[in-house]
Design a protein around this ligand. Structure first.
Ligand SMILES: O=P(O)(O)OP(=O)(O)OP(=O)(O)OC[C@H]1O[C@@H](n2cnc3c(O)ncnc32)[C@H](O)[C@@H]1O
Ligand SMILES: [Mg+2]
Length: 169
């Protein structure tokens, strides 16, 4: 069985490979069909589902996985949010979200100017491609939780729900 991941970002690809160890995992760039920087849970989830659906439809018999990063507001605070979706061969859709942390107000201010978090984080941390490495979650947790580990948890939640569904059939 083939797993198609809707991204070439190594944190996303590696997280799926860590969870689906027996399967062939391939990545492809697909459209999330939402803003490059989603600004709510709903929009981030929609991006993940769109990616997963497109991947699942690419090759018959394969499973599609979409992972999407975004931010969402709770009162005046902005939180990092991440969503994942798995679409199986029968077009069943499973969804799960990742851990969230509050972003500093200075990051919020930059995002409100219309910048993408990836770009803001590179400037903030004075690093290159934070989003493909530890991620914002890594920077702001002193690397205790990095982006790949956070996505790995999401992918495990997806795989587990899919396995449970299969066990009920
Ligand atoms: O190639 P894709 O799969 O699109 O990978 P991406 O890094 O762009 O990731 P997303 O589209 O899922 O995330 C939307 C935006 O938020 C950024 N982002 C999300 N989570 C992040 C994190 O933990 N650290 C840094 N940037 C993050 C990301 O770089 C994008 O600008
Ligand atoms: Mg992106």
């Amino acid at each position: 069985m083939k797993i198609v991941v809707g991204s070439l970002n190594p944190t996303k690809m590696d997280s799926v490979k860590q969870v689906f160890t027996e399967e062939e995992v391939v990545g492809m760039e697909v459209e999330s069909k939402v803003a490059a920087q989603p600004f709510s849970d709903e929009e981030t989830l929609e991006g993940a589902i769109n990616r997963a659906r497109e991947c699942a439809s690419m090759k018959k018999g394969s499973i599609g996985i979409g992972l999407e990063g975004g931010v969402m507001e709770i009162e005046d605070d902005l939180y990092l949010c991440n969503w994942g979706a798995l679409v199986d061969q029968k077009e069943n859709v499973f969804t799960a979200s990742g851990a969230r942390i509050k972003l500093p107000d200075e990051i919020k201010a930059e995002l409100e100017k219309g910048k993408e978090l990836g770009e803001v984080m590179d400037d903030y941390a004075n690093k290159h491609e934070v989003s493909k490495n530890e991620g914002a979650i890594g920077v702001f947790t002193n690397n205790l939780i990095q982006r790949e580990e956070m996505f790995r948890h999401v992918v495990r939640l997806l795989k587990g729900q899919w396995l449970f569904h299969q066990s009920q059939e």
